[in-house]
Design a protein around this ligand. Sequence first.
Ligand code: TYM
Length: 336
Amino acid sequence: MEEIKKKIMLSGIQPSGDLHLGNYLGAVKNWGARAEEFDCYYFMADLHTLTVRQDPKMLRRRSLEQLAQYIACGIDPEKNVLFLQSHVHEHAELGWILNCYTMFGELSRMTQFKDKCAKNADNINGGLFTYPSLMAADILLYQADYVPVGEDQRQHCELTRDIAVRFNNIYGETFKVPEAYVPKAGARVMGLGNPTSKMSKSDPNGCVFLMEKPEDIARKFKRAITDSDTENCVRFDQANKPGVSNLMNIYSAVTGKSFEEIEKEFAGCGYGVFKPAVGDAVIETLRPIREEATRLLNDKAYLCSVYTEGAQKASFIARKTLRKVYKKVGLVEKPF
Ligand code: TYM
């Protein structure tokens, strides 16, 4: 009987900071449950972090912590391929080739590039600019069908599609053209201190980290900025009530409840009741993750075995695609 090939899902996160609720709700939460349906590849995008100066010790530590957190979030290494991007050298190699098929104008239009330039005015390096070609290589090497990411990565995924189509048009079918897979709830978690900008580690007071203590999470939610309207009622209205709408979005993502259900549940209650309730729901969601990640971090040998096996499996697939690409563009086949 012919073997049914599963579709491929792939994603990565930069280990440049501790994982936060935005990373979890926008990305990781949607990864774990997919292993039966898809062949899944998830990695620590450590090469990407070098576009901004990193403390080498911290980067190494965070890469391992991130792996422990992936597993603690339910991404079973027996069913998913988990690896470090830098361990599979084909990423850098295909990244270079795709640079030559990505236009200056396209890279200049990337929102993340513009944001990062504004934040790192003293280090606007070439890597920051060509970052999306490396991201395209990450995805195209595995012939991924779906890329589960938050809303902010949609633009990079669109560019990946354009690069794949361009390459295929020149050389014939080489890459699968992937699709971004963006969740309905949690795709854009906003900062608790400023609901008009996305939750990010650069604003630690408005950002909830996966490994944070429950009392700190509770405090952050109690202090979350709500709206200055007079109605003090829990109602979804993104334009006029961005603070409450963000909290509803978070509550919906962690409980699975719809906005209508949430409005009913908190009818007649003010923000003073709603904010701690969202905090409690988040604390209970993160508690088992924190406990399991802490346990795994004490077992470095196990983590090492996971990323070693992951890199071997990933390399096997990546090598096949790269060999095909080398041949298509006219490079002489490697003798070893
Ligand atoms: P990164 O490391 O900035 O973010 C990792 C993932 O978390 C999502 N995310 C959010 N989702 C909702 N609300 C937020 N506030 C929030 N903040 C972050 C991001 O959308 C992302 O899914 N370039 C990527 C990493 C990467 C990658 C890849 C992803 C490198 N290669 C290949 C997919 C496939 C990045 O910087 O994500």
